[in-house]
Design a protein around this ligand. Structure first.
Ligand SMILES: Nc1ncnc2c1ncn2[C@@H]1O[C@H](COP(=O)(O)OP(=O)(O)OP(=O)(O)O)[C@@H](O)[C@H]1O
Ligand SMILES: [Mg+2]
Length: 596
């Protein structure tokens, strides 16, 4: 016979709730740090014992909790952060559910001590797990709060069994502290493990201090290659550091995205960022970035998931486009005016000689700023505006390419001298120095060829040895069918396999080395957002993806230059397309005589 229904005891309810949010020591740390930050702490210390299994203590100098409120702080559904349902539409704090401490205290030996400014003494409560009333006891405590969590999951052995080695648990804890330290520059953090100080960062108010913090936590290499930028538009601001495509990672461990200072994991945001990097990174490589997006709080619903890392946007399309436009502008725009090339050249030797801090400040004095008009112009490939303060590119001399001018032939586009950063081709024509963007140039050439072939219905295809599978969501299916008559004309043979999969069988030959699933999805994404299909836009997408950046021999460079000149002998056209930049001899003269 089925048991009778009864109400669960509060402690059991809390333990069940803890199951959702408290997975491991790192999740406790996230909740406790968020509380300290909500309490306006300026200094927070995190002490960990045995990876957090034995001890987790967070001490802050925030506003503290009144003695009488201590029992409420650990009660479920008790919070000081919202009062009524409507407040959820404009949550200003990181926490708002009034559940974290109740959950944590139900699965650990828990002590909460606090003191408010002006109070005579501090008070603390210890949670017993036996249902006995929580009575605050006087305790010596400076203004602020400390929460001590010992023996996490001592009463939920199943959970405890899932914990990994101390070292692993600690690395998760450290990652959480790091992630919050990056989003709260004005707060100092200190992290200790088994009584050893692991790292400490002081409150950072100036931009240089903030960048120094990013450098300390993410490493020197990240900061040196990243571009700092700041874009504000339509009530939104996006700023931070984007890693250059040359600095890719084999995993997504350096991807920090904050929405209104909250660390979020959101599909829409990830999609937008991936879309921008898609053409710049090989499949399987991951970008690195620290990005802060701020927007009016009412535009976002943060009450989506108990861990509060998922969000829902009111205007997702607008946000997606803003991200793609802004990041695309910063990342895809290698073309600089000759003046800007000169600046970069002027800056680069000095930057390399000065110490890192000075060069950082120099770079940060002039963040890339893009006004509204510029942003409207900024598309994935067409803007001629440039992030003038992009750090000088890595000058990689390819063994095949460098200093082999003796053998090099002349082309009307100049004589290839060197390839830089797998992307730029430097040539000499008479007394001028020319720099070609191979990525843009090759994409432009391929696009022209595709346009001609499309008009004649002769886009070449090639079968895939092993068909590539793409998950067919309703969205994908709808748009796939809507476009049914066009796929083969574009060089694709795609078929439905069962209910949930599409098989890519033949692909346009130019995409031989591309991530074809990504290109296909990008076409679908385009169809999803456009009622009227502009074939040129699709051909451009395919052309962009067809480009492979790799070391080129001098012969290959000259072949490319010959191909360009066959397409057009009008170098002004190439300059307009952002494919070519020219440093004339008078410009070089002027540059060097300035130093006399
Ligand atoms: N470090 C702290 N300093 C000051 N007050 C605190 C601190 N930690 C907790 N509190 C108080 O205790 C209350 C309960 O904290 P708890 O984390 O359980 O809930 P919350 O932060 O309101 O919401 P959430 O469950 O989303 O985190 C908070 O609303 C706050 O008033
Ligand atoms: Mg909280």
């Amino acid at each position: 016979m089925q048991a009778r229904i009864q109400k669960l005891a509060p402690n059991v309810i809390n333990q069940i709730a803890a199951g959702e949010v408290i997975e491991r020591p790192a999740s406790v740390i996230k909740e406790l740090l968020e509380n300290s930050l909500d309490a306006k702490a300026r200094h927070i210390q995190v002490d960990i014992g045995k990876g957090g299994k034995q001890l987790i203590r967070v001490t802050d100098d925030g506003v503290g909790i009144a003695a009488d409120d201590l029992p409420l702080a650990v009660a479920a559904h008790a919070t000081s952060k919202i009062v009524q349902f409507e407040d959820l539409t404009e949550v200003a704090s990181l926490g708002f559910r009034g559940e974290a401490l109740a959950s944590i205290s139900s699965v650990s030996r828990f002590t909460l001590a606090s003191c408010q400014a002006g109070a005579e003494a501090g008070w603390q409560i210890v949670c017993h797990h036996d249902g006995s009333p929580l009575t605050p006891q006087p305790a010596a405590h400076p203004v602020g709060t400390s929460v001590t969590v010992e023996e996490l999951f001592f009463n939920t052995p199943v959970r405890r069994k899932f914990l990994r080695m101390d070292k692993t648990e600690f690395s998760h804890v450290e990652e959480v502290v790091k992630r919050l330290a990056i989003s709260h520059f004005d707060v100092g953090f200190k992290l200790t493990h088994d009584k050893r100080v692991i790292w400490q960062v002081h409150p950072a108010s100036t931009m240089a201090e903030q960048q120094a913090r990013v450098r300390q936590l993410l490493g020197k290499t990240f900061v040196e290659q990243a571009t700092y930028f700041d874009i504000e538009r339509l009530g939104m601001r996006l700023w931070g550091w984007v890693g250059s495509p040359d600095y890719f990672r084999s995993q997504s461990d350096q991807q920090y995205f904050y929405l209104n200072q909250r660390l979020v994991k959101d599909k829409l945001i990830n999609h937008a960022i991936r879309q921008v990097y898609a053409e710049l990174l090989y499949p399987g490589r991951h970008a690195a970035y620290v990005l802060f997006l701020t927007m009016p709080r009412a535009w976002v619903d943060v009450n989506v998931h108990p861990t509060k890392t998922e969000v829902r946007f009111q205007q997702s399309r607008l946000i997606h486009d803003f991200l793609v436009g802004s990041l695309g502008h910063v990342l895809h725009e290698p073309a600089a005016s000759p003046q800007q090339v000169m600046e970069a050249v002027t800056n680069s030797p000095t930057e390399r000689q000065t110490d890192d801090q000075a060069s950082m400040e120099q770079r940060m004095d002039k963040p890339v700023t893009v006004d509204e008009r510029q942003l409207a112009l900024a598309t994935m490939e067409s803007s001629t505006l440039s992030p003038a303060t992009r750090p000088p590119p890595l000058y990689v001399k390819q063994p095949q390419a460098a200093y082999t001018t003796a053998k090099a032939s002349n082309t009307p586009a100049g004589r290839a001298i060197a390839q830089i950063a797998r992307r730029f081709i430097v040539t000499q024509m008479d007394d001028d120095l020319l720099v070609y963007d191979y990525a843009k140039g090759k994409a432009w050439l391929t696009c022209r060829q595709l346009q001609r072939a499309y008009a004649e219905n002769t886009i070449k295809t090639r079968p895939l040895l092993v068909p590539v599978t793409v998950e067919a969501t309703t969205d994908v299916l709808d748009n796939f069918s809507r476009f049914a008559s066009h796929w083969s004309k574009l060089g694709w043979q795609v078929e439905l396999s069962g209910q949930e999969q599409l098989l890519l069988r033949d692909i346009p030959i130019c995409l031989g080395q591309a991530d074809v699933a990504a290109v296909f999805k990008q076409i679908i994404a385009y169809l999803t957002t456009h009622d009227e299909v502009d074939m040129d836009a699709l051909l451009q997408t395919m052309a962009r993806h067809s480009v492979v950046l790799q070391p080129l021999s001098v012969i290959a460079m000259n072949d490319f230059l010959t191909e360009l000149t066959r397409e057009t002998t009008d170098t002004a056209e190439l300059e307009r397309q952002g494919i070519l930049r020219r440093l004339t001899e008078p410009m070089l003269q002027q540059y060097f005589t300035q130093d006399d």
